[in-house]
Design a protein around this ligand. Structure first.
Ligand code: ACO
Length: 332
């Protein structure tokens, strides 16, 4: 019997127009371009400034463009998975809003929260729906409006994040393409080092939580860094070893864009030179669930059908992992 695999058959991204540079940040907090560049590799990031716009609007733009690009009718989409930690509201879920705004009238959908690992967790999830044989067209979105949970008085976090969204179409294939293997992990240890304390059922927002600035993202950068460097590299190595892949077999490493130093360490462990590493952190910063699909979108024209890609991510939870993906198409 022919094995059905799940392949990415189109990708599209969307970014807000406003560019927040390191120079502008250095007028807001005590920081400078040199510190940010050497510690993170980030030069600028995009911020959604338009009043009344939210994560679902960025996701919808990415999805609408994806449908046009791939020549797909909105009513042919069966399932939408939106990976985000910055939903428009606690409920309804962002996927429902995307279905409405993008006219996906026959789809059902849900949000997936795995912080910066959202996209790879979502890709594994979508793969299970496709390989079950029941689903033929799934849209997977990574979208985050990090500017809504970042404290722009805290120099240790506000320089890191940006807003953005990207979507992929996932379809079945009987060719040796698509998701080949995955290595995904979650532990609860990361909760103490990376969190947003207020606004959930544990600590609803009160005057006190606002005064303590607990409605903003908290990160113990050094501890997160230590875990991230090891875990991302371990996961990429595990998936490569299991599939007998060396650096020579890999066309591209597609790493989550949190910090250039973490990306360099992962590439080194995987035996990959810089020219095989997708890197756009300098222009978008960390867009959380959107970083990996935004890389695929930026590099789409250079990708060839059958290219071996290693996706790797690490984020809040902690959550982390790696996916071995054979690229599904040549760009026309
Ligand atoms: N500008 C200038 N100085 C700064 C800044 C800044 N923006 N931020 C911190 N500093 C200072 C600190 O106050 C500290 O000063 P001190 O020595 O006088 O106390 C000094 O710089 C060094 O600070 P560190 O925290 O040790 O800096 P580090 O080299 O660890 O870099 C960073 C910080 C970039 C945050 C790094 O720790 C990191 O990348 N961590 C991992 C991020 C990550 O992967 N997150 C996971 C994904 S996010 C998600 O899931 C939502």
């Amino acid at each position: 019997m022919t094995q059905i695999r799940a392949a990415i058959t189109a990708v599209n991204g969307w970014l807000p127009e406003y560019v927040l540079t390191n120079e502008e940040l250095s007028t807001m907090v005590d920081t400078n371009d040199e510190w940010i560049m050497t510690r993170t590799g980030i030069k600028e990031r995009r911020i959604l400034k338009e009043a009344g716009k939210a994560t679902s609007d960025m996701a919808t733009e990415a999805v609408k463009g994806l449908l046009v690009k791939s020549g797909t009718a909105p009513e042919d989409i069966e399932l939408v998975i939106v990976c985000t930690i910055t939903p428009d509201m606690a409920f309804p879920n962002t996927a429902s809003l995307v279905c409405l705004k993008a006219g996906l009238s026959k789809a059902w959908g849900f949000d997936l929260n795995a912080a910066c690992s959202g996209f790879i967790f979502g890709l594994e999830t979508a793969t299970q729906f496709i390989t079950s044989g029941k689903y033929k067209k799934i849209i997977l979105v990574g979208a985050d409006m990090m500017s809504t949970i970042v404290d722009y008085t805290d120099r240790t976090t506000c320089v890191l994040f940006g807003d953005g969204a990207a979507a992929v179409l996932i379809e079945p294939t009987s060719e040796e393409l698509g998701v080949m293997d995955t290595e995904l992990k979650t532990n609860g240890i990361g909760g103490q080092y990376l969190n947003l304390k207020a606004g959930g059922s544990l600590k609803p927002i009160t005057a006190e939580t606002l005064a303590n600035r607990e409605n903003f993202l908290f990160q113990d950068g050094q501890n997160v860094f230590k875990f991230a460097v090891k875990s991302m590299a371990d996961a990429a190595e595990a998936v490569m070893t299991r599939n007998n892949l060396t650096g020579d077999d890999i066309a591209w490493l597609v790493p989550h864009q949190a910090n250039k130093r973490i990306i360099d360490a992962t590439a080194h462990r995987a035996g990959l030179t810089d020219d095989k590493v997708m890197l756009n952190i300098q222009k978008y910063g960390n867009t959380t669930a959107a970083t990996i699909p935004l890389c695929l979108w930026d590099w789409e024209k250079q990708l060839k059908k059958g290219d071996n890609l290693i996706l790797a991510a690490f984020g809040g939870g902690f959550t982390w992992g790696s996916i071995y993906l054979k690229w599904g198409y040549d760009t026309k």
